[in-house]
Design a protein around this ligand. Structure first.
Ligand code: UT7
Length: 312
């Protein structure tokens, strides 16, 4: 019992905030941001633009791409930690926005930057159990909501956006979501978390040290579990938090630079939306092709980390 990818879509807000825009409002520089992170710009949602707006836009594009309507879907899972409303789930609100006329389950997963891997993990389990025919996974974040404009060490790092993938049940175990692994360690939560006043609190250097270890560890584990090596993988799409983390992880794993898909320069860190936005970018630009194998390792607040193997 497996799955196959039948549609994808993404949405980035219109407003682009460049490093030069940050130079005008805080003590930072394009040079520092590019050297330390690889980021050059990020998209910010309009003030009245919500996580549900972005998730619905990405979902609508994925449905269009798959030539389906929302009523053709059996389950919606949204990876997000930035919804403006505490409840109901973003997934349920998306059903309303897209005009679903049949009832179906929809829920959110809160795995921070690893959120989309958690969503893929759930979907794999549901397909393996034969419980759903078509599952839509959405990663949607409005990280700009959490920016502390007095803290330059975190303010420049994040962006907004959403991406969606639609998977359909398949009898082949060689397509779609091939394998997933997810982990968490609650003892380290203070390293990176949201504060009561909705700001990002992060010990950057400590988080960096964990990321460069746990991202390759998750990737190695899943390749070993699936019985493959770096040679069998066409693309590695690591969570887009920092170009230095991406390159060091990929090099540790033996991936040549041309197999690494990088969007951190364009989108910055969009947390749970980062990997699916990068995947959509790769598909839109003809980089990732049908049949290729993508490895997607991620790491984030929790601490959480994990990896997924997806055949396009
Ligand atoms: O997505 C979830 C996972 N998140 C991550 O994986 C992020 C992991 N951490 C990182 O990517 C990096 O630690 C950062 C990009 C956040 C920071 O880079 P760093 O090389 O670790 O810098 P640092 O925090 O050690 O700071 C170095 C210097 C400090 O100045 P002094 O004390 O050396 O004078 C900071 O005050 O850089 C300064 N600094 C800045 N300077 C200009 C910090 N932020 C900025 C800034 N502009 N925006």
């Amino acid at each position: 019992m497996g799955s196959r990818l039948i549609g994808y879509g993404s949405y980035l807000p219109e407003k682009v905030m460049t490093n030069q825009d940050f130079e005008k409002i805080m003590d930072t520089s394009d040079e520092w941001i590019v050297q330390r992170t690889g980021m050059r710009q990020r998209h910010f949602a309009a003030e009245n633009e919500t996580v549900v707006d972005m998730a619905s836009a990405a979902a609508a594009r994925a449905l269009e791409n798959a030539k389906l309507t929302i009523d053709d879907i059996d389950l919606v899972i949204v990876a997000t930690t930035s919804s403006e409303l505490d409840f109901p789930a973003v997934g349920v609100q998306v059903l309303g926005r897209l005009g679903a006329t049949k009832n179906m389950p929809a829920f959110d997963v809160s795995g921070a930057c690893t959120g989309f891997i958690y969503a893929l993990h759930c979907a794999r389990a549901f397909f393996t159990a034969g419980m759903h025919r078509r599952i839509m996974l959405i990663g949607a974040e409005k990280m700009s909501r959490f920016i502390d404009w007095t803290d330059r060490s975190t303010a420049v790092l994040f962006g907004d956006g959403a991406g969606a993938l639609i998977f359909e049940h398949s009898t082949s175990s060689y397509s779609g979501i091939i394998d997933t692994v997810v982990m968490s360690d609650g003892r380290e939560f203070e390293m990176l978390h949201g504060s009561m006043d909705h700001h990002i609190i992060m010990n950057g250097p400590e988080t960096y040290k964990k990321a460069v270890t746990l991202i390759p560890a998750a990737a190695s584990y899943i390749m070993e579990h699936a019985g493959i090596t770096a040679d069998n993988v066409d693309w590695i799409i690591p969570h887009q938090a920092n170009l230095r983390i991406i390159q060091s992880g990929a090099q540790r794993l033996g991936f040549p630079l041309e197999k690494i898909l990088v969007t951190v320069d364009k989108h910055a860190n969009t947390s749970g939306a980062s990997g699916v936005l990068a995947l959509s970018y790769g598909l839109d630009n003809g980089l990732i092709k049908k049949g290729q194998l993508v490895l997607y390792p991620a790491f984030g607040s929790g601490l959480t980390w994990g990896a997924a193997l997806v055949r396009i």
